[in-house]
Design a protein around this ligand. Structure first.
Ligand SMILES: Nc1ncnc2c1ncn2[C@@H]1O[C@H](COP(=O)(O)OP(=O)(O)O)[C@@H](O)[C@H]1O
Ligand SMILES: [Mg+2]
Length: 472
């Protein structure tokens, strides 16, 4: 007689026994609940149990599944019931190319899970970021491996704190460049302004930042092509220090604010599609995990998902493609489900340390060093329309032409009319704080050549070295 359940690949007897026991329980329940039909399956094996060190994966024979759609529709309830049949073990069901049930051996010892202060010294590589504390210890991951990350959770569940732990780890790593957008005009991320390799996006509009990132992406692809390689890892292999293509990590805290403008989505998608090959990664957080805020296209391009507590299973599915996050305690901010590939784990995020500026950054943190929206606008035009040359008249010209198209300065959101003098005035301050060179003159003739953007300006604008800026 063939067996209805079969345990595969278990080397140790105890694992086989546990797996077998669990498989029998699962089969019994699914048969009673009418999810599988053991009669129809005849002599076929219904379940295969594959023991792993920390869990059992059960593959269900599709022949035995009564109604595939019902299998999925009831998955959340099945998870709950099986979890209680198995005395609180975590159960998660997935169906794609086959039907799978994962069961943790250990009960979730969430009593042990609590917030701990982040110890940055635990960072293994400059690009490792902390996920949190798990029952069996700390969990960190290399950011590039996670590609792009989608974070969702109800307000107050710990998303922003979590992103701070990542930002601080990456700052400590001194390797990645950070582009930070909090949709609250710097309220959350303003404290990082002036940190090395860090750009805090001013205002509530990401469009311009994404535009520059897109330009950088294009240049990076050209660099790969010239070097005859396909991605940033191959490019960096054998290159040291400044010759390396640095990772750029874009943080967006509150995707719904960012996506308020349609243009942002249109510019974000190509970066999600192609960015990781050239080392540009996105970390996108939202407190409104609903399909309208997180379009399917964005979700599909973020292989790593992190869910904090959400109000219902539907919201959980928006983030994780499965239920579960609705069962996280809402009164324990930081509790999260981390999903990468098929593995889902529960962890508790670290509490971000009080952020203090590194004294070595003091040169970069002069109080008036920050750029106003107006100044950023002028500098951006100089970078990508004028090849890094600061020409007041032309900058004013370009903006006036734009204003005409958008029916006046008010239509462009500007409270002032741009003119050459206004731009020239801005130039004086920009020179004082190191974003523009003094007016240069041609040696010999004394002819005025005008100003150029400094490296500090291009770095602040998120433009890679040497790009779009005319060489001396
Ligand atoms: N991992 C954590 N450990 C302890 N407290 C936390 C943790 N994450 C968040 N908190 C606290 O919970 C509150 C809300 O956190 P926040 O990150 O602002 O949530 P969200 O961005 O999801 O609205 C804050 O007071 C924060 O200090
Ligand atoms: Mg927040």
């Amino acid at each position: 007689m063939s067996q209805p359940t079969d345990v595969l690949a278990g080397n140790q007897t105890i694992e086989r026994q546990i797996a077998n026991f669990v498989a029998v329980q699962v089969l019994r329940w699914m048969d009673t609940a009418g999810i599988v039909d053991t009669m129809d399956a005849g002599k076929e094996t219904v379940l295969w149990a594959i023991p792993h060190p920390d869990r059992i994966i059960i593959a269900v024979n599709p022949i035995a599944v009564r109604a595939p759609t019902a299998f999925l529709r009831h998955s959340s309830r099945t998870e709950q019931v099986l979890s209680s049949v198995l005395q609180g073990r975590r159960v998660s069901i997935s169906a794609g190319k086959g039907f799978f049930i994962q069961i943790a051996y250990f009960t979730e010892d969430t009593v042990d899970l609590e917030s701990k202060p982040l110890d940055l010294a635990a960072q293994k590589t400059p690009l490792h970021v902390p996920i949190g504390v798990m029952p069996r210890g700390a969990l960190w991951r290399a950011l590039p491996k996670m590609q792009h990350v989608l974070i969702g959770g109800a307000p107050g569940t710990g998303k922003t704190n979590f992103t701070h732990t990542w930002i601080q780890a990456l700052l400590r790593g001194e390797s990645a460049r950070l582009v930070l957008f909090d949709g609250k005009d710097g309220l959350e991320y303003g404290m990082y302004a002036g940190a090395p390799r860090t750009q805090v996006v001013e205002g509530n509009d990401l469009t311009q930042t994404l535009e520059l990132l897109a330009i950088e992406m294009t240049t990076r692809f050209e660099d790969l092509k010239r070097a005859g390689v396909r991605n940033v890892d191959q490019y960096n292999a054998g290159r040291g220090g400044a010759a390396q293509m640095e990772r750029v990590i874009l943080f967006v805290d509150e995707l719904s604010d960012a996506l308020a403008s349609d243009e942002v989505l249109q510019r974000l998608l190509p970066i999600l599609r192609k960015g990781r090959a050239v080392g540009i990664h996105c970390v996108l957080a939202t407190q409104r995990p609903s399909a309208d805020v997180v379009p399917g296209e964005i979700k599909g391009l973020c292989p790593t998902r992190i869910a904090f507590a959400v109000p219902d299973a539907a919201s959980s599915r928006v983030i994780l493609d499965r239920s579960g996050a609705e069962r996280l305690p809402a009164n324990a901010p930081g509790r999260l489900i981390f999903l990468a590939g098929a593995a889902a784990v529960i962890a508790h995020a670290y509490a971000a340390p009080e952020f203090t500026r590194d004294p070595e950054w003091k040169d970069a943190v002069l109080p008036d060093d920050s750029l106003s929206a107006e100044e950023s606008e002028y500098l951006s035009i100089a970078v990508w329309r004028l090849a890094g040359q600061w020409r007041a008249e032309e900058i004013a010209e370009i903006l006036r032409a734009e204003d005409t198209r958008t029916s006046g300065a008010a239509g462009s959101g500007r409270a002032y009319a741009v003119n050459k003098n206004r731009v020239a005035l801005a130039a004086q301050r920009l020179e004082r704080v190191g974003y523009l060179t003094p007016i240069l003159t041609e040696s010999g003739t004394g002819r005025r050549l005008g100003r150029k953007l400094t490296d500090k300006a291009t770095a602040r604008l998120g433009v890679g070295a040497g790009m779009g800026v005319a060489a001396e």
